[in-house]
Ligand binder design. Sequence first.
Ligand SMILES: NC(=O)c1ccc[n+]([C@@H]2O[C@H](COP(=O)([O-])OP(=O)(O)OC[C@H]3O[C@@H](n4cnc5c(N)ncnc54)[C@H](OP(=O)(O)O)[C@@H]3O)[C@@H](O)[C@H]2O)c1
Length: 268
Amino acid sequence: MNAPILVTGGTGTLGRLVVPRLRDAGREVRVLSRHRREGGQGVQFAPGDLATGEGIDAAVEGTEVIVHCAGTTRGDEGKARHLVPAASRAGVRHLMHISVVGADRVPLASGIDRAMFGYFGSKLAAEREVADSGLPWTTLRATQFHELTLTTARQMARLPVIPVPSGFRFQPVDAGEVAARLVELALGAPAGLVPDMGGPRVYAMNDLVRGYLRARGKHRPIVPVWLPGKAARAFRAGANLAPDRAVGHRTWEDFLAERVSTPSDSRP
Ligand SMILES: NC(=O)c1ccc[n+]([C@@H]2O[C@H](COP(=O)([O-])OP(=O)(O)OC[C@H]3O[C@@H](n4cnc5c(N)ncnc54)[C@H](OP(=O)(O)O)[C@@H]3O)[C@@H](O)[C@H]2O)c1
């Protein structure tokens, strides 16, 4: 078990929380990144780009376990399409993949659906690349991380009037808790699609934004906006939620108390 574990996206919000947890478990780690970086203390960096496939064979070589956290708002199926054959050639024995709750429940029936919610389609397609890879795999779907919720709230709070999609709810989860679960799963036996991971509470989107505004001491009017399309309807029906899997502990309020201060916002 001396082979390094490859963490794709090991420089991102989730992946950089996965890396130290793997180190704490006594594992050597290799991080795939599009940017050259210095390694050290049991962590090496491998340059590569999953969008083009460049460097991926070398990054995967000699690894037995991959924790695939690389992702963007578009094109994750293409990234999986470059990772999977390289992992097969390297004889990887466990491909651990993170996806999103609702990947299979947000329909992309129209251009409007695809423009606003295409991310869910690309996550589902990436899931299929992994499941059909012939490799032993595990996929965990998580709800939105607090960090993403914070980024969204910050952007919205720049507007003089904040439009919030009517009926949208979210169940933000702590990325560190998701990272811990990913490490547990990655070091265990491949398990296929495992139960979803959601944060401890479901919130109306306007309450999440209000919580942020309160923490910043800001006042903004919030106006409801009705989003058209089947994907938005699925969101209003809770397709992005996992209320039966509210297994996360750290709440949005806990996160805000630590990360957001008034009057000047303390960015990470
Ligand atoms: N954020 C959420 O709320 C949420 C919820 C559920 C699931 N997820 C999933 O969790 C994963 C991680 O999300 P995150 O929020 O941690 O993302 P993030 O902070 O935006 O980080 C993205 C990571 O992906 C890597 N990456 C992007 N394009 C790449 C490419 N072409 N080749 C190689 N690496 C590439 C980046 O590495 P470099 O820039 O160093 O190359 C970076 O480390 C994603 O798959 C996402 O869909 C996220």
